[in-house]
Write a protein that binds this ligand. Structure first.
Ligand code: GAP
Length: 457
């Protein structure tokens, strides 16, 4: 898949109400995006499927919904204040900023794995590396990716707070609360869906890397000696869910993150990468965070966060943690690029279709009265009201049936129903299936069951 394909997907996303450029009527805001009606529904479907699979259908998981603003000491303890940095260089003329490591890798072709920021500075000087505009670069310096703001009317350091760069920390700081208020016992996990913010130096590739995004994260608390076995189990569960929502298993690969590139808290990380039109890039991650976070919060807060083994009441320990982490926006993008197809039809026509799984499709059923005649509108209206209670259903009376099919193909609706004059006589309708484009007459009284057996698989 090419960059050209990506442009077509971005255009479709705008045309059909999946993703709009942020603040568009004011000329936009770089790298910010708004999700339109189709995008908002698709995001919800992704999150619902994730929550059902990883929380509701399991006995060893509970949910949490923590605040975005947290006590700044959290970020001191988590290490984000000191280590959540990227090496930044600035064009001395245009003042545009770049990731030093990315420039070195892309322009000089040198790996920066394990390279210190000082060594990057040396290399830039030695090889006379310039900015993409051809100008001198500044010395690389550490740039912290956390956004900050101030509580109250005065912008003083004492009132400074950060927008969370990951949702994980509210899970760690609530570990004791969850243990004390539920019957969860190790091994168990806490799941959370929520917004995270990063002042990325080089955002881009549509919704792939943005400043504001949503994460779906799990912290799975375990005994230390179980981590290797459970790491594999979680990797499999993540891949199974990918297939369940309609991602392509052949486009999903594991990248073992090298020791030098591991985040400060991780002993092992696998990036689950996906084939996007702009290259193979990180989609989700699985990390073994040891008990780094609980230990650090225990030390910084002075609160005991140890867990008492219910089998042996004397044994107290700080559980270790496996962290499967998923980005909602990247999942949505991966679904869009996987589902997108331009299909050549007989006669040379091309139709654009999103082949979403029915479970995930923003609109599952569309009802079309053949014409805007009272009898047809009335019968279609009652079918619509009835099916709306069971499926995400739309009603569309505009344009030829062919045009309506194309419209709903472009948002990935798996079933379109036409109500025609025969329907008034035989109480049946024509159901057209998106992928095969086959049509079948189905009795109106059987529609709910007929669609249910195909949509709720
Ligand atoms: N708690 C661990 C953590 O935050 P991460 O690999 O930095 O790990 C997890 O982020 C996931 O969040 C990524 O795999 C990706 O799906 C998503 N993500 C991270 N940064 C992002 C960004 N700037 N824009 C969109 N999604 C992002």
């Amino acid at each position: 898949m090419s960059q050209e394909q990506m442009e077509k997907i971005v255009a479709l996303a705008k045309r059909r109400g999946f993703v709009y450029p942020g603040s568009e009527i004011y000329g936009g805001l770089a790298n910010s995006w708004d999700y339109g009606p189709m995008g908002a529904q698709l995001r919800k479907n992704i999150k619902d499927s994730w929550w059902r699979t990883f929380v509701e259908e399991r006995e060893d998981m509970v949910g949490l919904d923590g605040a975005i603003l947290m006590n700044p000491k959290v970020w001191e303890a988590s290490g984000h204040l000191t280590t959540f940095n990227d090496p930044l260089v600035e064009d001395k003329i245009t003042h545009k900023r770049y990731r030093a490591d990315h420039l070195i890798e892309e322009v000089l072709g040198e790996s920066t794995t394990g390279m210190t920021i000082e060594a990057m500075g040396e290399l830039i000087k030695e090889r006379n590396l310039k900015s993409p505009e051809g100008n001198e670069l500044t010395e690389p310096k550490h740039f912290n990716l956390m956004f900050n703001t101030f509580i109250g009317p005065v912008d003083s350091e004492a009132e400074k707070v950060y927008l969370r760069p990951e949702t994980a920390q509210s899970i760690f700081v609530n570990f004791k609360n969850v243990i004390d208020t539920t019957r969860m016992r190790v091994p168990f996990g806490i799941a959370q869906i929520g917004k995270a913010f990063r002042n990325e130096i080089t955002p881009g590739n549509f919704i792939f890397r943005t400043l504001e995004f949503e994460q779906m994260e799990i912290e799975y608390f375990i005994e230390e000696d179980k981590w290797e076995e459970l790491f594999e189990t979680w990797l499999t569960s993540m891949k199974n869910w990918a297939v369940q929502i309609g991602l392509d298993a052949d486009k999903l690969t594991d990248l073992e993150v090298s020791k030098e590139e591991l985040a400060h808290y991780s002993k092992r990380t696998i990036d689950l990468e996906y084939e996007f039109p702009f290259g193979v890039k990180e989609l989700w991650g699985l990390a073994y965070r040891t008990n780094f976070d609980l230990a650090s919060h225990q030390e910084h807060s002075g609160e005991t966060l140890t867990y008492t083994d219910p089998q042996d009441n004397k044994r107290k320990y700080l559980p270790h943690v496996l962290e499967p982490t998923f980005g909602v926006d990247r999942t949505l993008l991966a679904l869009l690029v996987t589902a997108y197809e331009e299909e050549e039809l007989e006669g040379g026509d091309v139709r654009i279709v999103l082949r979403f799984k029915p479970e995930i499709a923003p609109v599952q059923v569309a009802i079309f009265p053949l014409m805007k005649k009272d009898e047809l509108m009335s019968l279609s209206g009652s079918i619509y009201q009835n099916l709306k209670k069971m499926f995400r259903t739309d009603f569309d009376e505009g344009g030829s049936i062919g045009k309506r099919y194309r419209r709903y193909d472009e948002i990935g609706t798996p079933y379109c129903i036409t109500v025609d004059f025969d329907s008034l006589e035989d109480s049946s309708v024509t159901v057209r299936e998106r992928d095969s484009m086959t049509q079948e007459r189905v009795n109106i009284s059987d529609l709910g069951k007929w669609l249910g057996s195909r949509i709720n698989q």
